[in-house]
Write a protein that binds this ligand. Structure first.
Ligand SMILES: *[C@@H]1O[C@H](CO)[C@@H](O)[C@H](O)[C@H]1NC(C)=O
Ligand SMILES: *[C@@H]1O[C@H](CO)[C@@H](O)[C@H](O)[C@H]1NC(C)=O
Ligand SMILES: *[C@@H]1O[C@H](CO)[C@@H](O)[C@H](O)[C@H]1NC(C)=O
Ligand SMILES: *[C@@H]1O[C@H](CO)[C@@H](O)[C@H](O)[C@H]1NC(C)=O
Ligand SMILES: *[C@@H]1O[C@H](CO)[C@@H](O)[C@H](O)[C@H]1NC(C)=O
Length: 637
């Protein structure tokens, strides 16, 4: 049996019959493609040849199934699938029709066809730019050429060809070129593409390219430039369509979108020219392909002064320092008092006091009020007009004054710094909700949408309590109004940060820039550029946009159009006026003192009246008047 088979094989090799050459070519080419592959073969060969093909492929570890010409099926994953088709078989046209119907010429399926010289058979089909169809042709010199046809657009009359390989039976591949969409098919030869842009403000149309009014629709302007570059990368032309919004679900028909997404969905536009945020319902309708600009909407506000959240007058010292200070006051009092009492009891000292000149500083007397007044003089840095006259007393006084001076200096140095500092306590949306800061939102389409649809409790409360309270006008305003209120303080404005900082750079004082803070309301990934679903140009556009990004062109446009957060140059050296709020505690103490003194006054007046009445009713009062001796004593020191 064996010798017969061998002989048969030998005979075949020598005659080089068509099928076995094809088997060689297929197997060589699949090895060259070097990708995981499952094969469906639609061939009309004799059984032996089919078996030879299967054997050959399985020896190279490719699984292969022989299909019929009635219907077509594929295995998953689709990117492993490769179809073999003998075009010279009857019924091959049926397979082509079926494949076209089922979109099997699109990515990621691959095809290898051979068998006819007449290419016009393909003219009826739309083999897309993102297809991978290889056609084998025999040349005059007994070699085979592999080409890959594609149509730039459905209406193209002619196929473009990528010349992939040349092969002959003896030498194998004499030419082999890798096929990549982005490198070999990105020239669209002047194809006109509809690009849909979002323009939310009429003014944008006048300043699309002159970098003016950058705070209006910057993302539209940025993407306008990027799309221009992309179009030149693709050697295409474009027709812009302008829409007033990115697009949300149509109120009448929830399967449809409005705006730019509507254009992409209906196929009116191929690319979404203006980048947009990711939302779950959009992902079903369009494809996001490349990041555009890291821009976000946030609340911008000036951090309120520290006095807004805490009593600044207690802040300079640590709690323990305060305890020690309050400990020091009675301590000094007790020490000085004891010394003074001792001084006045000492007969030698009494004598000394008697010798004193009239213009000397008067000695401190051992009375509660006198010692207290001297101590108050020390604490408030006012000095005193009486002092103890003994050495012990002087040491105590000097130390009291020195201690108070150091406390006073550090306290006043601290309070100056603290009056100028701002609070860090507002960090989250929750803080914002519970603070006295009012909120406003830039009046743009998507802000309305995101605020109205916020579900999370804090965000919902923010919208309902602070942005659109029932029965009041909602706080949507223009960016100029909003930012000028931010400048005045106690106002947070929700705005696209770059736009906000543009206004800040134009209108804020240098020191007002220092306290700017941001809090995000919507947590989103940066906006991305989108494209129609299942677009044949997806791959080349993706690569084109990456090239624009990586070459730095995108960075240039971003720097031209977007304003960064202003740098704070003058932190600490600025002048801040202290408001009543800052001195709240001082005023409180003052007010309380005033109230107490009025109370005392009223009490005194009442008492006085009462005594007067008693006198006038001739009641004899038995006052024990002090005698003259005692009076004289108390007027002497
Ligand atoms: C192909 O045709 C066969 C019978 O002709 C049928 O059983 C099978 O389901 C068909 N497969 C597909 C994918 O249509
Ligand atoms: C595709 O382009 C690359 C780089 O330009 C080139 O090396 C390769 O041969 C091309 N392939 C085909 C099939 O034209
Ligand atoms: C770009 O497309 C035009 C057709 O509109 C074509 O004439 C030109 O050769 C193409 N440019 C390149 C570099 O291929
Ligand atoms: C929804 O339908 C109403 C009445 O049929 C129509 O007036 C309105 O313009 C439609 N809205 C949209 C967005 O198509
Ligand atoms: C492109 O836009 C024009 C009108 O602006 C429209 O007539 C045309 O049908 C659009 N192209 C496609 C492919 O939809």
């Amino acid at each position: 049996m064996r010798p017969v088979l061998l002989l048969l094989t030998l005979f075949r090799v020598i005659t080089g019959d068509q099928q076995s050459v094809t088997v060689d070519l297929i197997s060589d080419f699949l090895l060259k493609l070097n990708a995981p592959t499952k094969i469906n073969a639609h061939i009309c060969w004799p059984k032996e040849e089919q078996i030879a093909l299967l054997k050959r492929l399985s020896s190279s570890n490719f699984g292969c199934r022989i299909g019929n010409f009635n219907n077509i099926s594929y295995s998953t994953p689709a990117e492993h699938q490769l179809f073999l088709l003998d075009l010279s078989c009857k019924g091959s046209e049926k397979i082509l029709n079926k494949a076209s119907e089922l979109n099997l010429f699109n990515q990621p399926f691959r095809w290898l066809m051979w068998g006819v010289m007449d290419r016009s058979i393909l003219d009826n089909f739309y083999i897309r730019l993102d297809s991978r169809v290889f056609i084998v042709e025999k040349t005059e010199t007994d070699a085979y050429r592999i080409e890959s046809p594609y149509k730039v657009t459905e209406n193209s009359l002619e196929y473009s060809m990528n010349h992939v390989a040349e092969w002959n039976r003896i030498g194998g591949f004499s030419v082999y070129r890798e096929l990549s969409y982005s490198r070999n098919r990105s020239n669209l030869m002047g194809l006109n593409i509809n690009i849909s842009y979002v323009v939310t403000n009429k003014d944008t149309m006048n300043h699309l390219e002159d970098y003016r009014n950058k705070h209006i629709d910057p993302i539209s302007k940025l993407n306008w430039f990027i799309m221009k570059h992309l179009i030149s990368v693709l050697n295409a032309t474009s027709t812009p369509l302008f829409q007033p919004s990115w697009g949300y679900r149509d109120v009448n028909d929830s399967t449809k979108f409005t705006g730019m997404i509507g254009d992409l969905q209906s196929g009116k536009a191929e690319f979404g020219g203006t980048a947009l945020f990711f939302t779950i319902d959009r992902i079903d309708v369009i494809e996001y392909i490349a990041p555009s600009v890291p821009t976000f909407m946030k609340f911008i506000f000036r951090a309120p002064p520290l006095s807004y959240v805490s009593n600044v007058f207690t802040l300079p010292f640590d709690t323990y320092v305060w305890y020690s200070c309050f400990g020091l006051v009675p301590l000094i009092f007790v020490v000085v008092y004891v010394i003074v009492v001792w001084e006045w009891k000492d007969p030698v000292f009494k004598e000394k006091v008697g010798e004193m000149h009239a213009n000397c500083i008067s000695p401190l007397r051992p009375s509660f009020i006198d010692v207290l007044v001297m101590e108050l003089g020390a604490i408030t840095q006012q000095g005193t007009d009486t002092e103890p006259k003994s050495n012990a007393g002087r040491i105590a006084t000097v130390f009291a004054f020195i201690a108070c001076m150091f406390l006073y200096t550090s306290y006043s140095a601290n309070i100056v710094a603290i009056l100028q500092s701002t609070t860090e306590s507002i960090k989250t949306l929750d803080d914002l909700l519970n603070s006295r800061i009012s909120l406003g939102v830039e009046d743009i389409v998507y802000a309305h949408y995101y605020f109205k649809t916020a579900e999370e409790p804090v965000r919902k409360a923010i919208y309902q309590q602070k942005i659109a309270p029932k029965g009041q006008k909602p706080n949507f305003m223009t960016i100029e109004d909003g930012m000028s209120r931010v400048q005045k303080g106690f106002f947070a404005f929700h705005v696209e940060v770059s736009n906000g900082y543009k206004v800040v750079a134009d209108t804020f004082q240098e020191n007002e820039k220092c306290s700017l803070k941001e809090i995000a309301f919507i947590n989103l990934v940066e906006p991305w550029v989108s494209i129609k679903r299942a677009s044949p140009y997806k791959e080349i556009v993706k690569v084109g946009l990456r090239k624009i990004l990586e070459s730095g062109i995108q960075r240039r446009e971003i720097n031209q159009l977007y304003t960064k957060k202003p740098v704070c140059h003058s932190k600490g050296s600025n002048f801040d006026s202290a408001s009543i709020l800052d001195c709240y505690a001082a005023f409180l103490i003052f007010g309380a003192g005033l109230a107490v003194s009025f109370l005392c006054l009223t009490f005194e007046i009442l008492l006085h009246r009462k005594f007067k009445r008693l006198m006038s009713s001739n009641v004899v009062l038995n006052y024990e008047l002090p005698n003259d001796d005692e009076l004289a004593k108390s007027s002497v020191y």
